[in-house]
Write a protein that binds this ligand. Structure first.
Ligand code: GDG
Length: 491
């Protein structure tokens, strides 16, 4: 085995994924014993089929505080848990990740908090992930690091293991420089990311924002989608390493959702859902993690006004609002939950009748089968995010509509809107515009609905998660990554 920095030996895995979360949660079973259970979420949904196929190691946190369990094998991959203490969950995960970076990167919809102690935790935990990755990676391995929780990891791995090829994918937006510049540690974040050979973003705009942060914040030269990074930071101006930053819009397991949506039990459940709702003519649906970026309150405001104006309402039309529990210990999420529940309660109080409520609110997580049944049952899907890296729910809905019926109301501020331009696009801040779009979706003539749905289904079929991963990994394999003399910059 070759040896690297600190006398470290190379590991065994030629493909290593590093993500904040493992694709499983450690939870208490019925008898109180701890067991592993597959966990929902955007990244897991996206990467699981790819990992299974490639085989390899996945490094991540198990989702609860405590010591890391021993690595183990499951579904054809090695899972390597990283432990976080209760204090680290508070400062790193709930703090710097979810109360600093998350709001900052989502256009400061909520005010980000800056605490130096949280930053120190971020550095320490990123190092822990980087060390675990460096220990698992075989000589010349490919390492794929994911998301905003681990932006320092590419640089830290490169320092230990210059032999490996490093890709990074950012699942959430990368903000404009005016917003990013607020971050007291912006220089370190850019330097950490530039440890990668290839940086993937959801939209062109996110990649452009990052390239601008390199020019403005780090005073680095860019040419097209390439950044020239000094190979030796101690002597800038000599040899450079090329890092590419480009858009790779993530997608879903389109065929998997399509199959689910054809299953007898799922179709029967979809019919049962409509019966339970009182057989409405129109079922509207919203499915999100209960998160302030998803525009749930804006959606409720528009729907509430439509109820008040008598343009929609039970028993003809009902809204099912699935808000899966998320980050419940972070203050902004607690406040949001209260606000959503007050709004739903008020609407049902004002416009409901015995046995007939305008909103069916579910603060629960469901198996994939139930999600598919909801998508099959719904006539109109409402995706009203104020800012969203991509939004997989919108794509899942489209993938489940085999008969080409159904309508998607989709916020312009999602990455998905760049791809699904045949949706009813809305600005969720424009309540009147959103109300009109909802009414157009509810009353769309069948031929127009079919034309729109067919175009969206074509796109989701072409760019599924396997295509996304293959495109990224192919680009990573061909990323320049070599050290050479600097070019003249774009200016
Ligand atoms: C981040 C970015 C980006 C939700 N509730 C349940 C459940 N889900 C699944 C959905 C979907 C996923 O979780 C949510 O993905 P989204 O894309 O809608 O949003 P985020 O969680 O915010 O994901 C986002 C994504 O990463 C991928 O890059 O698109 O912009 O914010 O797949 O179906 N799944 C199950 N039960 C639930 O109750 N089984």
């Amino acid at each position: 085995m070759p040896e690297f920095a600190d006398g470290q030996e190379a590991g065994r895995y030629s493909f290593v994924v590093v993500a904040c979360r493992l694709p499983v949660d450690r939870v208490a079973g019925p008898g109180g014993e701890m067991e592993w259970r597959a966990s929902p979420g955007g990244l897991v949904t996206a990467l699981e089929p790819v990992m299974r196929k490639a085989g390899g190691a996945w490094i991540g946190w198990q989702g609860s505080a405590g010591e890391a369990p021993e690595p183990f094998d499951t579904s054809g991959m090695r899972l390597v848990p990283v432990g976080l203490s209760p204090d680290e969950v508070r400062t790193f995960y709930e703090g710097f990740c979810n109360a600093t970076l998350w709001p900052l990167y989502h256009d400061v919809i909520a005010p980000p908090e800056f605490h130096r102690s949280w930053w120190e935790a971020y550095v320490a935990i990123n190092r822990r992930f980087a060390e675990a990755a460096a220990a698992q990676a075989a000589p010349d391995a490919t390492v794929w690091v994911h998301d905003y929780q681990l932006q320092l990891v590419p640089g830290m791995i490169r320092a230990q293991r210059p032999d490996v090829r490093i890709g990074f994918f950012n699942h959430i937006p990368f903000p404009g420089y005016e917003i990013f510049a607020q971050l007291p540690w912006r220089r370190q974040i850019v330097a950490g990311l530039l440890g990668a050979d290839l940086l993937g973003f959801q939209r062109q705009q996110d990649a452009a924002n990052f390239l601008r942060a390199c020019r403005r914040g780090a005073r680095l030269a860019t040419r097209g989608s390439h950044v020239q990074v000094p190979a030796d930071p101690a002597s800038p101006g000599s040899a450079v390493r090329d890092v590419r930053a480009a858009a790779f819009p993530i997608s879903i397991d389109t065929a998997g959702f399509g199959e689910l949506a054809r299953r007898e039990d799922v179709l029967a459940r979809a019919a049962e859902i409509r019966d339970a709702l009182g057989k409405p003519q129109v079922m509207l649906l919203g499915v999100d993690r209960l998160d302030y970026t998803k525009g749930i309150l804006h959606r409720l405001r528009a729907y509430g006004e439509l109820l008040k104006e008598g343009r929609l309402g039970p028993p003809e039309a009902v809204l099912v609002l699935v808000a899966s529990p998320s980050r419940e210990r972070v203050e902004h999420y607690r406040v949001l939950r209260d606000e959503v529940e007050v709004a739903v309660g008020r609407m049902n109080g004002d416009y409901g009748e015995l046995g007939s409520a305008p909103v069916h609110y579910l603060h629960q997580s469901y198996p994939r089968e139930e999600m598919a049944a909801l998508y099959v049952a719904a006539d109109v899907m409402l995706v009203t995010a104020l800012r969203d890296g991509m939004n997989l729910v919108a794509k899942e809905y489209v993938a489940c509509r085999h008969d080409e019926t159904g309508a998607l109301v989709l916020s312009e501020f999602t990455g998905t809107a760049d791809e699904l331009s045949s949706a009813f696009l809305i600005n969720p801040h424009d309540i009147e515009g959103m109300k009109d779009a909802i009414m157009r979706a509810v009353t769309v003539p069948p031929a127009e609905a079919r034309r729109r749905m067919r175009a969206m289904r074509r796109r989701v079929a072409e760019n599924d998660v396997a295509h996304w991963a293959a495109t990224f990994l192919d680009a990573l394999e061909h990323a320049p990554g070599r050290i050479r003399q600097a070019d003249a910059p774009d200016g």
